[in-house]
Design a protein around this ligand. Structure first.
Ligand code: ADP
Ligand code: ZN
Ligand code: ZN
Length: 755
């Protein structure tokens, strides 16, 4: 597929109409789409669809509006009150063009009347970008301004009279939420006055969260050096990639802010990608403080209208600094000069469904195409990125110490096996962790507690027959969620009641085993009854903006202890946190996945890095059953170099990235025999493997059955991208030639999880 002006050798039809004035995806983004399709071996249509959610929302809508003839008619109507459908519609259209849906809602039988009005030439139907209806915006974002008093026969309510009088006395726009603090029912009154036309209502753009302003610091020597390097690369207007490796609390964000500032000064624009959870009001506030209205935030919690608004502001150059999550990489930034990927190691950059692109790698490609500079920032760079930096593909920048020479937190490992032998109790908290938490409570300092597993108990087992309660759709055990009173599958969301008897042998000896974050919170309440405890995981933060709310409250000191899953470990800068406890560091280590150690190391190091970021030194307690595991030991030492070196040896030895280009080929079917047969056939296609390719499998996927489908997988490890691409193309062609179901074959290039 391409756009061109060449006459094809077959009959064509004329174009009827251009749907959009300008293409939704410009040439640069189209080129990126082709690259993604090719690199990830994904159908182009699927890729384009994946790029569209952002832009698809600025669809044009059809709006009815008055012609000048119609306007004359309306003026006539004013003199004598009319109540028929036609007049009502004309009056509605007088204020602004309206969609068919709106008119139908306000007025029955509007369709036939509209047709009549159009025939008379009073009304036209046009394609317009629909204006947002101010009447539906929240009070915080609504501004009201006096226009004129309504005619005397309109009866106003008390609240409306008061508001109108106030606005008349105080000309200019006023924020409705602020008005509502002084005047009763101001929000309601404003909407009704707005509808009548005696005041003007306007929606403000997304406003800057307030209260997050900080003094602008002077860069320290390391920051200065990094900033200079980035600045001079941006001014060279050529693609270049940097790895900015800075320990936790070293002030990476400040380097980003300065580099963006420099980019704007050079007349170019900037894009910053962050993991979803890091996009908090605290982060946004900092950007608004520096760049004001030039900032656009792309956040999944925003509604469609807001996102469309941001998209338009980016496209037309009003918004020159774009902050977004993974799909923000497709924002229509023009004159791109700088792309920053914060926490570049974060797994949330990889899309879990088709097309399975990695936001970081797409961002690099985008920067390359645009002649822009890419900066990957992290305290714990991915193996691939650090390897690239060591081999000259990226320029290496380092921030080796914390701001103001603050010490790195002091970390203690608690061996929970020894703890059990000494106390003869298998509690969730060791004596040391308990003691440290109590100390923080007394000193009014805050604690974060990490347990990377949600729910109350991780599984239910029958003591009599050993049966574990499984999901009927997946080959995994169900997790007990106590507050919701149900057993939940974390893979397919299947839910059922909590059993009182064993479903297999009907005995009453049901046992709840394993601890999740919900239980940690519960036990903390028992141990520390005076502590104020909050929890942050996917269950507690399920609504829109919920995690920001929980984090914000914790930051403001509304809780002493924040319990959570990996969500608490990411990027947050909360100065009063002086203790981080890891309840069980071993979760995740035993995953059948070559990245398990890397992920554990990153998670533990990042979690530890939340401690001691203010003026008070930080402490970290890591509880574990594997105190000798290198990922845990080196994370406790916060020794990235040590971990990187050791892990690199394994990767080299076993031929995993960065020493190979990997792809996971997954075959799915509802019948196990079928899935097995298809994967076997694929296996033959790959036998003997071409030179430079290693094939592992076909084998059962670690989760054999998922959402009622059986899954077999083949892992490909290739010496180079070229071979990998070619082989994958053959695989896809084979599936097409056998007419496999479109969803039967999943190709995951550069997989980050093999589950
Ligand atoms: P990182 O992302 O590297 O973990 P942050 O960017 O969150 O670190 O910075 C940690 C803290 O240090 C923030 O509160 C930030 O405002 C502050 N900070 C950054 N640079 C400086 C500086 N040069 N002088 C003083 N404070 C700074
Ligand atoms: Zn049983
Ligand atoms: Zn399930």
């Amino acid at each position: 597929m391409r756009a061109h002006n060449d006459q094809p050798p077959y009959d064509t039809r004329g174009v009827l109409k251009l749907l959009d004035d300008e293409p939704v995806l410009d040439a640069e983004l189209l080129k990126l789409a082709h690259w993604i399709a090719d690199y990830y071996c994904a159908p182009l249509g699927e890729v384009l669809k994946g790029m569209l959610p952002l832009s698809g929302e600025v669809r044009q809508t059809k709006l009815y509006s008055l012609t000048s003839l119609g306007q004359d008619v309306v003026r006539q109507l004013r003199t004598d009150v009319q109540t028929d459908t036609a007049s009502s519609i004309l009056m509605l259209l007088e204020k602004r063009p309206r969609s068919a849906e709106f008119l139908t809602k306000e007025q029955k039988n509007s369709q036939s009347t509209l047709r009549t009005l159009m025939k008379r030439g009073w009304v036209v139907l046009e394609e317009k970008q629909e204006e947002r209806d101010p009447l539906r915006a929240s009070a915080e974002r609504l501004r009201a301004e006096f226009i004129g008093r309504p005619s005397t026969d309109v009866r106003l309510k008390k609240g409306e009279r008061e508001l109108l009088a106030f606005l008349e006395l105080h000309p200019g726009p006023h924020n409705v939420a602020a008005l509502a603090k002084q005047l009763k029912r101001a929000s309601e009154a404003a909407r009704s006055l707005g509808r009548q036309g005696s005041i003007r209502l306007e929606v403000e753009g997304i406003s800057a969260p307030s209260g997050y302003e900080r003094p602008i610091p002077v860069l320290n020597a390391h920051q200065e050096e990094a900033f200079r390097a980035i600045e001079s690369a941006v001014s060279a207007s050529q693609f270049q990639a940097f790895l900015l490796q800075g320990v936790t609390g070293s002030g990476k964000t400040e380097v980003y802010l300065r580099s963006i500032e420099a980019t704007l000064t050079l007349g170019r624009n900037a894009l910053l990608l962050v993991p979803e959870i890091a996009l908090t009001p605290a982060m946004a506030g900092q950007f608004f403080q520096r760049f004001g209205k030039q900032v656009a935030i792309l956040h999944s919690a925003f509604g469609n209208a807001e996102r469309a608004d941001q998209w338009r502001r980016i496209r037309n150059g009003q918004a020159r600094v774009v902050v977004g999550t993974r799909s923000g990489v497709f924002a229509p930034v023009q004159k791109l000069g700088l792309v920053i990927i914060d926490e570049e190691h974060d797994g949330s950059y990889k899309q879990g469904e088709n097309p399975r692109y990695h936001g970081r790698d797409v961002a690099l490609m985008r920067a390359k195409e645009a002649g822009a500079v890419a900066v990957l920032g992290s305290a714990t760079p991915s193996m691939e990125s650090r390897y690239n930096a060591d081999h000259g593909k990226y320029q290496f920048l380092r921030l080796p110490e914390r701001i103001a020479r603050r010490p790195m937190p002091e970390v203690d490992i608690v061996d929970m096996r020894a703890e059990f032998l000494e106390t003869k109790q298998s509690g969730t908290f060791s004596r040391k962790l308990m003691e440290c938490m109590k100390e923080r409570l007394e000193k009014k300092e805050q604690t974060m507690l990490l347990l990377n597993r949600r729910g109350f108990s991780s599984f239910v087992m029958c003591r009599a027959c050993g049966e574990r309660l499984q999901c009927p759709n997946c080959s995994v055990v169900l997790t007990h969620h106590r507050r919701d009173r149900r057993m939940l599958c974390h893979y397919c969301n299947y839910a059922q009641k909590i059993p009182s008897q064993c479903p297999s042998c009907e005995s009453d000896y049901i046992q709840f085993l394993g601890t999740g974050s919900e239980r940690v919170e519960d036990e903390l309440h028992q141990h520390l009854p005076t502590a104020r405890i909050a929890r942050l995981d996917r269950d507690s933060a399920s609504g829109k903006g919920a995690y920001e709310h929980i984090l914000g409250a914790f930051r403001n000191g509304n809780a002493d202890i924040l319990v959570g899953t990996q969500m608490i470990a990411k990027g947050h800068d909360i100065p009063n946190v002086t203790l981080v406890g890891v309840v069980l560091a071993d979760i995740g280590l035993s995953m059948p996945d070559f990245r398990a150690a890397e992920r554990s190391f990153q998670l533990l190091t990042q979690a530890a890095g939340r401690s001691g970021r203010g003026d008070m030194p930080g402490r970290v307690i890591v509880q574990t059953l594997n105190p000798d595991h290198y990922a845990i030991r080196l994370a406790a030492e916060q020794n990235y170099e040590g971990f990187y070196g050791k892990e690199l040896e394994f990767r080299k030895w076993l031929r995993y990235p960065p020493y190979a280009a990997c792809a996971n080929v997954l075959v799915r079917a509802s019948q196990q025999e079928e899935a097995m047969r298809m994967s076997t056939e694929l296996g033959y296609v790959l036998t003997p493997p071409p030179q430079g390719l290693r094939v592992l499998g076909p084998a059962e996927a670690p989760v054999l059955r998922l959402k009622n489908e059986f899954r077999y997988q083949i892992l490909l490890k290739a010496a180079g991208r070229g071979i990998l691409r070619e082989v994958l193309k053959n695989v896809r062609e084979f599936a097409d030639s056998r007419k496999w179901n479109a969803t039967a074959l999943v190709i995951d290039v550069d997989p980050i999880s093999l589950m």
